[in-house]
Write a protein that binds this ligand. Structure first.
Ligand code: ADP
Ligand code: GLC
Length: 528
């Protein structure tokens, strides 16, 4: 019997994506299905998700979620066979413009609490059984938006096991404790005493992230190094103490990438395809990138890409500061920048583009095809980060033969092998990029200098490119680790005779059985 897993997330590409979370949820689900697991995804029924999904069919209603009644739809991804359950609550998810979490001015939607409490509550309902949906044995929730799922499952007495993956600990979903009754969270779970192991109170707030860490059966992060880093005050975002109390269930599993979507040999966005043994296509892509960014067309100019959210996480403020010195110091170097984020950083980059015509080009916005062309056309990817749980961008760049220059943190340090100073490309090493320590403009500048030094040595550069392009960033290994994790949780469990729960009437699921709910709540309190 195949293992049934329900992923719960606020994003799944291409239906909805604001960053790597959306890529990871969809790509890991597809890869798990290829290995025989019966995976589906539950996500909010945003308008963009309904627009992009295939064959959406209504399943029924889930009544009385904290945010009201929801209609549940089953649909398919446009580019894979992963089934998607769309939670339609138009007052919460539709009519919001393009931002998944924020309006056009960057302000968080005022009802995000209701939006994501409802998502987690719906997941817990499905875990206890709704008509037409196979009851999952594992519910795998991602990031704070789905963070209340494990707690709601326990309160509802669900027998399914829960896994929670931290993609970014900086976003925790901390809300006023006064909102607890709205979410159906018993006040006994908001005890401020640090000795209360069941409490989800966190610095006088109700914390989705803490709830997930406390109540999930297993907690993972998206790289091994980040799993260690978040136990320290520098990276723990004040959650290090909570995590330290749960290290027994914490582990790191590095992300893979969808190597069909990100494949230079077969990428419809590119001017010309290419592969590891024939880089002619990459040269054509470089020329096209220079043209599209208004840069001098020069095949020998080192072309540096920056492609990310323009935020402090990505060190974008510091990179901006380093750019004028780099442009002045290396007269041939060029920069092509794609991103959006902090208005201050966006404006600083626009200013630099005006000051350095032909040398620095900027595209402010979110553009998936352009991101593919950026990774294909560039020689170097400059990827600073104050912290990086995994980072997919450097993996995409490496697959496209673009050498990363990145901060020595989290998943960047786990996936990039730093090129030693003595390396000249004549012996086989694993080097595939450059790592730097520090958060100052001078750190970025020096690291870039090392990469440009290597770029000037064709034998070395070719070796770095080969190593980067050969790196196995597929989901093969990570998926095996997730499967082991799921199996370790479900081993010995007796599968219910019928996996499909039956409930009467038109409703997909009614409110959780009150007696069972009371019993489960008492159990949670007793084990405190
Ligand atoms: P994070 O999720 O922290 O932003 P990742 O490197 O894991 O970082 O994932 C970022 C994802 O978002 C990648 O798929 C990257 O190509 C994409 N991305 C980021 N900014 C843009 C943009 N402006 N246009 C297109 N894609 C972008
Ligand atoms: C988050 C992290 C990023 C990671 C992505 C997917 O957005 O910031 O490092 O790659 O999630 O797991």
């Amino acid at each position: 019997m195949s293992l049934n897993v329900l992923m719960v997330a606020a994003e799944a590409a291409p239906l909805a994506k604001s960053g790597g979370l959306g890529d990871m949820v969809s790509a890991s689900s597809a890869a798990l299905r290829q290995r025989g697991a019966d995976v589906s995804i539950l996500m909010p029924g945003y308008e963009c998700a309904f627009d992009r999904a295939r064959a959406a069919t209504p399943l029924g209603y889930i009544r009385d979620l904290p945010g009201g009644d929801a209609r549940l739809w089953r649909a398919a991804m446009p580019d894979s066979d992963v089934p998607v359950l769309l939670l339609q609550m138009d007052h919460l998810y539709a009519g919001r413009g393009s931002g998944l979490y924020q309006d056009a001015t960057g302000r968080e939607y005022i009802d995000n609490f209701a939006r994501f409490v409802s998502l987690s509550a719906a997941a817990a309902r499905i875990a206890t059984g709704v008509r037409g949906v196979v009851r999952p044995r594992v519910v795998h929730a991602h990031d704070w938006h789905a963070g209340l799922t494990p707690l709601f499952m326990k309160l509802a007495g669900a027998s399914a096991k829960s896994v929670f993956t931290i993609h970014n600990l900086a976003f925790q979903g901390n809300y006023p404790t006064a909102l607890a009754p709205y979410a159906g969270i018993p006040s006994g779970l908001l005890n401020a005493s640090p000795d209360d192991a069941q409490s989800i109170e966190f610095y006088e707030t109700l914390s989705f992230m803490k709830a997930a860490i406390v109540y999930a059966d297993r907690v993972t992060t998206v790289s091994e190094r980040y799993a260690r880093e978040i136990l320290t005050p520098r990276f723990g975002n004040r959650m290090e103490g909570v995590l330290a109390a749960h290290t027994g269930k914490l582990s790191g599993i590095i992300n893979g990438i969808d190597d069909d979507t990100w494949n230079p040999a077969d990428d419809p966005a590119l001017a010309q395809p290419y592969g590891i043994d024939d880089l002619a296509g990459k040269h054509a892509c470089k020329k096209a990138l220079q043209q599209s960014y208004g840069l001098h067309v020069d095949p020998f100019a080192p072309l540096v890409a920056i492609g990310s959210r323009l935020t402090e996480q990505k060190l974008a403020d510091v990179v901006c500061e380093a750019l004028p010195a780099a442009l002045a110091r290396w007269p041939r170097v060029q920069f092509a920048i794609l991103g959006q984020g902090d208005a201050r950083i966006e404006n600083a980059l626009r200013r630099l583009a005006r000051e350095w015509p032909g040398r620095l080009g900027v595209h402010i916005g979110y553009d998936e095809d352009r991101a593919h062309r950026l990774h294909a056309g560039a020689d170097i990817l400059l990827h600073g980060s104050r912290f990086e749980p995994c980072g997919l961008t450097q993996l995409y760049a490496m697959r496209y033969g673009t050498i990363p220059v990145a901060s020595r943190v989290g998943g960047l340090a786990d996936t990039i092998d730093d090129c030693p100073a003595s390396e000249d490309g004549t012996h086989t090493t694993r080097a595939n990029g450059f790592l730097f320590t520090g958060e100052h403009a001078s750190d970025v500048f020096h690291a870039l200098g090392r990469a440009l030094g290597a770029f000037a040595q064709p034998t070395l550069w070719r070796a770095l490119q080969r190593n980067a392009m050969k790196r196995d960033s597929s989901w093969r290994v990570p998926v095996a680790r997730y499967l082991d994790l799921y199996r370790s949780l479900t081993q010995g469990q007796i599968a219910p005779a019928s996996q499909v729960a039956r409930v009467s009437g038109n409703a997909v699921a009614r409110k959780t059985n009150p007696a069972r709910q009371r019993r489960a709540q008492a159990e949670v309190r007793r084990s405190a």
